[in-house]
Design a protein around this ligand. Structure first.
Ligand SMILES: *[C@@H]1O[C@H](CO)[C@@H](O)[C@H](O)[C@H]1NC(C)=O
Length: 244
């Protein structure tokens, strides 16, 4: 792998280890380095975090877009389980993949770099000893249907492609639908629709919106115009809002 001299200069400019005055850290290697890289554009930025100053949020010397994040901890950093998040230009945490793992918090563990789903602007990186691995279920879209009575059911989708499933358990009748899009799901704006027993799209209302496709957006449940049995739920990244 070859890097431009600009890239190497960016690394060496930030590659110093500094402990703030007055913090007592035992001798040894307390280096906490985050390296952001984009091989396609041969660009990169290194950020040094200070163990005694954690949690710490720092901006890279340039914002990318970057493809990978590598966290490297010195042998004496406490805790060795320290994890960091990268924040994009909209303030959202960036999802990274490493082997079987999908997460918004990135550890070292000697397992190499995390790869973003696509080249992404990084506005800042936060390293925080309280960050933990994110539960795998956050990589799912949960669709909750609730009835006029006690009846409720939850059906899970990956959110990564168009998927059609009958509601888990019972076809209802139901009169609300609520989406819970996990933080690791690639398409945070994914929408789902529901079909009645005749294969007809059910119309629902949330606030000022009436539609046949429904989003999460942190705004709660959509109410069916009238209670209906549900034969199928379809979630599709291609669905867009089409207000009626
Ligand atoms: C400290 O540890 C880091 C990460 O393992 C390593 O890259 C660096 O060379 C070490 N520094 C010293 C002074 O040994």
């Amino acid at each position: 792998m070859q890097y431009s001299s600009l890239f190497l200069a960016a690394l060496s400019a930030t590659g110093t280890l500094a402990a703030p005055m007055g913090t007592a850290i035992a001798a040894g290697n307390h280096s906490i380095q985050v390296l952001l890289q984009n091989q396609a554009t041969e660009s990169g930025a290194g950020i040094s975090f200070t163990e005694g100053a954690l949690p710490q949020q720092l901006s890279p010397s340039q914002f990318g877009p970057f493809e990978t994040l590598l966290l490297t901890l010195g042998a004496d950093v406490n805790p060795q389980t320290l994890r960091c998040k990268a924040i994009d230009d909209l303030g959202n945490p960036i999802v990274g993949l490493r082997g079987e793992n999908v997460d918004i918090t990135f550890g070292d563990g000697g397992n190499g770099a995390w790869t973003f789903r696509k080249p992404t602007i990084v506005s800042s990186v936060i390293c925080d000893p309280t960050f933990v691995k994110t539960d795998k279920s956050e990589n799912n879209v949960r669709v909750q249907l609730s009835g006029p009575g006690e009846l409720a059911t939850q059906t899970e989708f990956t959110g990564a492609a168009s998927e059609t499933k009958p509601p888990v358990g019972s076809n209802g009748p139901y009169d609300t639908i609520e989406l819970d899009v996990g933080i690791l799901v690639e398409d945070q704006g994914i929408r789902c629709k529901v079909l009645d027993n005749n294969g007809k799209e059910i119309i629902a209302v949330r606030g000022a919106n009436t539609d046949t496709t429904f989003s999460d957006a942190g705004k709660g449940a959509w109410a069916f115009q009238k209670a209906s049995e549900v034969s199928q739920i379809i979630c599709d990244p291609a669905f867009v809002a089409a207000p009626l």
